[in-house]
Design a protein around this ligand. Structure first.
Ligand SMILES: [Zn+2]
Length: 386
């Protein structure tokens, strides 16, 4: 029996574009290539409309490359994880890290469908990462990313909880510190969780503490690594010091962990989600000690109705690699897929795909994608690139 057709999967962020082929049967990604994204990071002075055109062209060129491979010729769909909010129709609403300034929403799904003649799913990159951890019998869970910022998404009843405009999962912009001098967030707000509990927030806290408490700093392994220069502390050094259990570094992390634990306690208390999977460069660089410290802080904050042991078990780390966007985009497309029915098969959309065992939901806020039947010739549906 022929193998199941693959999907073309892409993951675009502020600095890197990743692309490959996703095999829905095995969950593996092959033909992966990483390259610098043609975004504002590479072209800081380019007009937004020009960056949007270049990013779309770069995505198109990678899709062409993958569709030209032996395996890619059989691809039935394309899934894109995009660093920014995306609505149910596949329009990118804003993309602060990709094209910076606000612009008209980009109808990325429509543009790529007309160019490649295949169904396209566009989802937020953290939504895609969430699908990586979704299983057929998934108990509800919340994915948390702790890197230069903070983000989250909740998976429940077979879908990521978002409204049609892509709202949901913005705990990073929850205001948790009302001090007029609280740290500034990327969004311009002050005292947001993402400015305090992220890697960037922890680094700023460590540098402040090194200046304010020179005695404690001198006793820390960070002092030797930085020649006692507060400004020379980096996220890498801070993560290494926390891993070693350095008291100064751990104490610098704690205020941020406290606010993050309060956010988790709030989500649990409101909607009863008991699993929190933590990913993101900063948390994963620290590794198991990060989950331990967060669990300890969560135990201290408390979760109404749970005992200490149950509370500690709520936190665990995700996988440390950069494939979540690609794998998750493939899984999201598989879950959203409807195989195009034959005319005699009944009403359109009546035949749900197997969806890797994930029940395809019917919620109106969830995107649906209609795939061509397996084995259908793609040749005459492909339009020429523009
Ligand atoms: Zn913010």
């Amino acid at each position: 029996m022929a193998a199941e057709p693959p999907y073309v999967v892409l993951d675009i962020g502020g600095t890197t574009l990743r692309a490959g082929l996703y095999d829905p049967a095995s969950g593996a990604v092959t033909h992966v290539r990483r390259q610098p994204a043609q975004g504002i990071g590479a072209l800081p002075d380019a007009p937004v409309a020009e960056i949007q055109r270049l990013v779309t062209a770069q995505l198109g060129a990678e899709i062409d490359r993958l569709l030209a491979t032996d395996a890619g010729r059989r691809a039935r769909g394309i899934a894109i994880a995009f660093a920014g909010p995306v609505d149910i129709t596949g329009r990118v609403i804003t993309a602060p890290t990709v094209w910076g300034r606000r612009a008209a929403p980009l109808p990325l799904r429509e543009l790529l469908e007309s160019r490649h003649g295949l169904p396209v799913l566009v989802v937020n990159d953290l939504t895609a990462a969430t699908w990586r951890y979704a299983t057929p019998d998934s108990a509800p869970f919340c994915l948390l990313t702790v890197s230069s910022g903070i983000g989250n998404k909740v998976f429940r009843d077979g879908r990521v909880l978002l409204d049609r405009d892509g709202h949901g999962g913005e705990l990073g912009h929850w205001r948790c510190d009302f001090d007029p001098w609280a740290p500034l967030c990327d969004c311009g707000g002050r005292g947001h969780l993402g400015a305090i509990a992220s890697g960037r927030g922890a680094l700023a806290a460590a540098r402040r503490a090194a200046t304010d408490y020179p005695g404690a700093f001198r006793a820390s392994s960070l002092a030797g690594a930085t020649c006692e220069q507060a400004a020379a502390i980096t996220n890498e050094l801070l993560a290494a010091a926390v891993r070693e259990g350095d008291a100064f570094a751990v104490n610098a992390l704690k205020p941020g962990l406290h606010h993050l634990a309060r956010a988790i306690s709030g989500v649990f208390t409101a909607i009863g989600v008991r699993r929190y999977i933590v990913i993101g460069g900063f948390a994963l660089a620290i590794g198991p000690p990060y989950a331990e410290l967060l669990a300890t802080e969560l135990e201290r904050v408390g979760c109404f109705g749970l005992d200490r042991r149950e509370t500690r078990r709520m936190v665990r780390l995700g996988v440390r690699d950069d494939d979540s966007g690609l794998i998750g985009a493939g899984r999201a497309l598989h879950a959203a897929a409807r195989t195009a029915p034959e005319p005699a098969d009944g009403p359109p959309g009546a035949a749900p795909a197997a969806a890797a065992g994930i029940a395809a939901g019917t919620h109106p806020d969830t995107p649906r994608v209609e795939l061509p039947a397996a084995g259908e010739d793609r040749g005459d549906r492909v339009t020429s690139p523009t």
